[in-house]
Unconditional design. Structure first.
Length: 124
C-alpha cells in the first residue's frame, strides 16, 4: 500500500493544488516502512491521477481539494481523504490506525486494508 500526502515542508499543505510536494509512504503489514518526497509536477489532475496509479498510490490525503478534482482521483481508484491537518507522517499513521479524525472520505468507498492479503506479513 502507498499513501500520498499533499505537503508543504513536513506539514499537510493548506491547498492540494498549491502543495510543493507529496510525501509518499510505503506501507507493509500496516507499518510505514519507507518515505519518499515527490515534488509537485504541476500537471492536470487526470495526468497526476494516472501518475499516482503508476507509482502505486492507493490513498491521497489532503487538507482542501476541489470536488471535481477529488472525483478524478476517485475514478482512478485512489481514495481521497480531505480536511487533514498536522504533519504528513502523523496523518498517514493516523489513517493506518483508523484514528484520523475530523476528515472526509470524498470517494465514499470502504477501502478496507487487509494485512492478511500481503504474503510478507507474518503473525509472529
Amino acid at each position: 500500500m502507498r499513501i500520498a500526502v499533499a505537503s508543504e515542508g513536513l506539514e499537510v499543505a493548506p491547498r492540494f493544488g498549491q502543495c510543493s510536494s507529496y510525501m509518499c509512504y510505503n506501507v507493509e503489514c500496516g507499518i510505514i516502512v519507507d518515505c519518499q518526497n515527490m515534488p509537485n509536477p504541476s500537471m492536470p489532475a487526470h495526468d497526476l491521477a494516472t501518475l499516482f496509479g503508476e507509482v502505486g498510490v492507493d490513498v491521497l490525503i489532503v487538507n482542501t481539494i476541489e470536488y471535481d478534482v477529488a472525483n478524478v482521483f476517485c475514478h482512478a481508484g485512489i481514495e481521497v481523504i480531505a480536511k487533514a491537518h498536522g504533519t504528513a507522517r502523523e496523518v498517514a499513521q493516523a489513517y493506518l490506525t483508523r484514528t484520523l479524525t475530523g476528515v472526509d472520505d470524498l470517494c465514499h468507498i470502504d477501502y478496507d486494508y487487509d494485512e492478511e492479503a500481503e504474503p510478507a506479513c507474518s503473525q509472529a
